[in-house]
Design a protein around this ligand. Structure first.
Ligand code: SF4
Length: 320
């Protein structure tokens, strides 16, 4: 597929689920506030990451989802691997990963991810997967194989998996948990009211069920989730979502600003200022989250190693 056809396809995505008002809003240019401006850093480490990924023919969510932190993370020598190909079977209104019919799974992909982890010398690796609703297990088997391949090659490396909901399948979730990741991450993404609009094929309650089950099945593996702010949610709705996550046993939380990847994606309702993120982080810790990363540019895998490793402060001991 050429870059031009890829860009055209991306521009066509997501419009079907939106009202004409929303599409009109999306076309209006929105001035980004200064706190969202990022400078692209080009370092030897960046080039090393790029060359390793290209050499192993691997995808990253950093590039496929146009993450604003790509320059920073790659310059620190880290990236988030995206397995299962680079075409997603879902069409979420916020996400820049391309939708399409994915190719068959590559049986060598887990080993190539492990080789890249080894080459980059990662102390902590984050692996995510496109939604593979075309597969009976939703891609859980490939994720489990990838965790095992990394463990085999790099036993000291911490591993976080950022999983899809596997349509709520318990066997699929068990498969991933049995592989023994260090952190299981599944994003709630937004509040209950906006879920159908933001994550068309997902369900708010189903995501909570995935997280609750994971915490029950493997209480030794911390669970993590994240929300995007700026999609039109209200403060009471955010608070409800945080309470729901705590009730589901989630201990690690990320909160970041939603950014519209293209005019065809959902519009930004509001740019949330940094001090508001700080206030949410304090609130989240007060209701029992062990660690919280909150800020305009925070993404679910942003500085994941630090979030997973931080000791539990005494003030975070409270629970709902
Ligand atoms: S925040 Fe995550 S997805 Fe974004 S560049 Fe960093 S590692 Fe990649």
């Amino acid at each position: 597929m050429t870059a031009a056809s890829d860009a055209k396809r991306r521009a066509q995505r997501g419009g079907a689920e939106r009202s004409s008002d929303e599409r009109a809003d999306a076309k209006r240019p929105q001035q980004k506030p200064p706190w969202l401006r990022v400078r692209l850093r080009w370092t030897p480490e960046f080039e090393r990451v790029q060359a390793t990924l290209e050499g192993q023919r691997l995808h990253t969510v950093c590039a496929s989802a146009a993450c604003p932190n790509l320059g920073e993370c790659w310059s620190r020598g880290t990236a988030t691997f995206m397995i299962g190909g680079n075409l997603c079977t879902r069409r979420c209104g916020f996400c820049d990963v391309a939708t399409g019919r994915p190719a068959a799974l590559d049986p060598r992909e887990p080993e190539r991810v492990a080789a890249a982890v080894e080459t980059l010398g990662l102390a902590f690796a984050v692996v995510t997967c496109v939604a593979r609703d075309d597969l009976p297990d939703g891609g859980a088997g490939q994720m489990a194989l990838t965790v095992r391949a990394i463990r085999e090659r790099c036993p000291e490396t911490g591993i976080e998996v950022l999983i899809a909901d596997y349509k709520g399948s318990e066997p699929a979730l068990r498969r991933v948990l049995d592989a023994g990741p260090d952190v299981l991450n599944h994003n709630l993404e937004t509040v209950a009211r906006l879920t159908r609009r933001v994550r068309v094929a997902a369900r708010y309650e189903r995501s909570l069920l995935v997280l609750r089950r994971a915490a029950e099945l493997r209480p030794d593996i911390p669970t993590k989730s994240g929300l995007m702010l700026g999609l039109g949610e209200t403060a009471p709705e955010v608070l409800r979502a945080l309470a729901d996550l705590r009730e589901a046993g989630v201990s690690l939380l990320t909160l970041g600003q939603y950014l519209q990847p293209s005019p065809s994606h959902l519009p930004v309702a509001r740019y949330v200022p940094p001090d508001e993120f700080e206030a949410w982080a304090e609130r989240a810790r007060a209701i029992g989250f062990r660690e919280v990363a909150a800020g305009p540019l925070v993404r679910s895998s942003y500085r994941a190693e630090a979030l997973a490793a931080r000791p539990r402060p005494p003030s975070a001991a409270a629970s709902l």
